[in-house]
Design a protein around this ligand. Sequence first.
Ligand SMILES: Cc1cc2nc3c(=O)[nH]c(=O)nc-3n(C[C@H](O)[C@H](O)[C@H](O)COP(=O)(O)OP(=O)(O)OC[C@H]3O[C@@H](n4cnc5c(N)ncnc54)[C@H](O)[C@@H]3O)c2cc1C
Length: 425
Amino acid sequence: MTTPGHYRTAVAIVGGATAGAEAAEKLSAAGALCAVFEQNDRPYGKVEDGLPRWHENLRLKEYAAIDAKLDRAGVHFIPRTGIGHELGFGELVDGWGFDLVLLANGAWRDRPLPVLNADTYVNRGLIYQNPFIYWFNHYEEPGYNGPSYAIADGTILVGGGLASIDVAKVVQLELVARALWARGIRQDLLEMETEGISETLAKHGLAWLDLGLKGCTLYYRRRIEDMPLAEAPANATAAQLEKVGTVRRRILEKAQSKFLFDVEPLWTPVGLLTHGDQLDGLRFARTRLDETGRAVGVAGEIRNVQAPVVISSIGSIPQPIEGLPMDGELLRLEDLDLGAVVGFNNVFGCGNVVTGKGNLVASRRHSAQVAARLIERLESLAGAGDSNGRLTEVERRIAERQKAVGYDGSYAAWAARVSPPTREP
Ligand SMILES: Cc1cc2nc3c(=O)[nH]c(=O)nc-3n(C[C@H](O)[C@H](O)[C@H](O)COP(=O)(O)OP(=O)(O)OC[C@H]3O[C@@H](n4cnc5c(N)ncnc54)[C@H](O)[C@@H]3O)c2cc1C
């Protein structure tokens, strides 16, 4: 830890992953004391628990980048400290003496499936994407005790974005791996993700039809050309939109030909099929696009689809934190570029918690942009320095909390201590 009294400003960062680590690096390089509060043991966020585990190289690269940004002078990592849980948001903003609070806590709440009473059936036929991918990424670790899901043939999936394609891939890969295992064949799942299902089966002298599987089906409320699998430029012309539509179709076709899942466009879920206390499938209404491009229902065209499991993958939104203003699903902001939160002059947001969607590059870029603007603010606040011992008190509180969670101040030692046990072969 730096000599007490060395800093002139202090920033609390909530979340230590891609966006939080980027901001910590930039703000500490500008001389601010950065306290990074992370709810988990490890700071890798969606890189570890959101991206399916076949992205092995990307994950290792991102882990190393996050580690390097957190393990540096001026950055104080505080694990096992969820804001709104172990430490209240009000206490963080008003109680510790920080100049600024920067939210980098991502989007960890699944957007609720918009069908009346759907959430009554969570884990009774209905699964949401975030816990599902968490399970997929971790269930092979020895001692794993998180959520547990049985993979079922005939699963239906509601979605349409890139994440929902990943969910469809997980279901298909798991189904095939299990079908092969039932035939005495042990198939590495990550290898199958690289090769594709048909090629893998051919290697074993089999074809998809031999397995007798139905596979999983993705339902999307718009057309395939509208799937958010590739971004259209802002104010796109009709020709540009047509081109993006073709790219989207190609991306989907490639994924389907490799992983053999079905897609049903232009259907939206409108009701639940239930049996006792179990969800048994969904009722879909046919849609069409109106003249403004909105999906609207086609009167009288309804389809009931029985399914052992329904997975909803329709987007992730920030988890509400008590005391933090929200506008419906999103943070209430007065300036998106700066991530300034309405009602505070010292609370900002960056990365997924603001953008709601996006990717690693977008999260990092937004965080760097917010950090650059905050550095200007910190310069104007630096005058007072630590004349009243405020920053020394912040450092004392950080050390106290780190001690309480068993973190001895060495990031590298902590990282080694909390890395998960290696997977069973
Ligand atoms: C299925 C799926 C596939 C994806 N594939 C790709 C891909 O191939 N390429 C790509 O670039 N992007 C991909 N993404 C998107 C990418 O993972 C995210 O955009 C990015 O990781 C978000 O980074 P972030 O730092 O903003 O948020 P997060 O990674 O979510 O980090 C938020 C951090 O804050 C912590 N936190 C949350 N709440 C609190 C709290 N109350 N107190 C303290 N800490 C808290 C969390 O534990 C976490 O560490 C994918 C996402 C999903 C879901």
